[in-house]
Design a protein. Sequence first.
Length: 369
Amino acid sequence: MGPLATADVCHIGLIVFWRPDGPSFYAWTWIHWAETMRVRTNRGREDLRAIWMDGAVVTAIDQRELPRKFKTVDIKTCAEMAEAISDMTVRGAPTIGAAAAYGMALAWNAGEDLDKAAKAIKATRPTAHDLFYAVDLMLSKRGEDLVKAAGAYADGIVSKCKAIGEHGAPLIKDGHRILTHCNAGALATVDFGTALAPMRLAHRVGRKFFVYVDETRPRLQGAKLTAWELLNEGIDHAIIADNAAGHYMSRGEVDLAIVGADRIASNGDFANKIGTYEKAVLAKENGVPFYVAAPVSTFDLTLVSGSGIVIEDRSQDEVLLVNGRRVSPEHSKALNPAFDVTPARYVTGFITEKGMFKPGEFSPLRGVG
C-alpha cells in the first residue's frame, strides 16, 4: 500500500470536554490527515501527539484522565519525567520510549549527570524494551544536542508506526471482525499506533469492519483509551468484558486479532498487557489469526526466550479499587502483574515497519534501529 492522499481522509468527529481548570469547554476534533492525527481546539487546529517537547518543556496528554477529561501536563525535569512514566501519566511502550528520550534531553539541558538520569529512568518500568532502547540511544549520543536527538527519536517512532499501518492494513478485509487488547493506538505510540495503525489506514481507504475492544482490567486501557481513539476515528466498535473474547471466537464471530507488545524475545515470545496470553490461546483454539504489531525497537534480540522478560508488578490497589472506591472485602489482598508472556507458537505473525515476520525469523532485524 502506498502513501494515502489527503483526499482519502475527511471524516470528522467532535467531542466536548469540561475543563474546570481552564476555559469552560475544550472542544476538539480529530482531523484525519494521512500523515498524522490533528486536534481542533478552541485555539485553532493543532497537532497534538501523545507527547512532545517545545524548548525546555515536555508536554504530554495525561492518559489517566481520559476519556472523562482532556488534560495535558508540562514536564520540566528528568525526575518529573520518571514520575510521569511510573504513575502512567504516559504509557504504551513506544510512547514510554519517547518519554525516556525526552527525560534524558531534560537532564542534558539542565546539565545533570546523564548516567544518573539514565539509571532513574530505567528504574521506572522494567518490562517495556523501548524505554531501555531509548535511554541507551541517548547515552550513545553524548556530546550531541540531546533535545534534537530526542525529537528525532519521537519523529522516528511516528514514521515507523505509519509503516506498520501500511504493512498491516491489507490483512483487514471488508466485513472483518477484529479483536484487540489494551491500547496500542496513538496514545501508546506518540502518534498513529501499532495495533491500531492497520485499522486506521484500512478505515481511511473505505473498508468497513468492526472491532471488539477488550476492557483490559484492571486499569481499563481498552475501555477508556482504545474506545476513545476508535470513536474519534469513526471506526465501528464495542467494548467487551475481558472474559468475553472466547465466547465470540467460539461462535465464529472474530476473524482476526491484532495486539501490541512491550518486549519481544528473539524466539518470538512476547510480553504485552496482562490477559494477552489467554487471548492468544483462545485464538489458536478457534482458528483465529493472531498478529502482534510493534516497531523494531520493541524487539529484544538479546533474549533467547520470553522467560528472560522481567514482569512488572503494580499496586494491588489497581485491582481492589475502582474509581478510588474499594470493591473487595477489607482484608482481601490482590496480585497485580501488569504483563504476561505469550509463547511464540500462538503468534501468526509480527507486523513491523520492516514488513511482516514469522516468530523467530528475525535475523533481518538484527542491527536495525
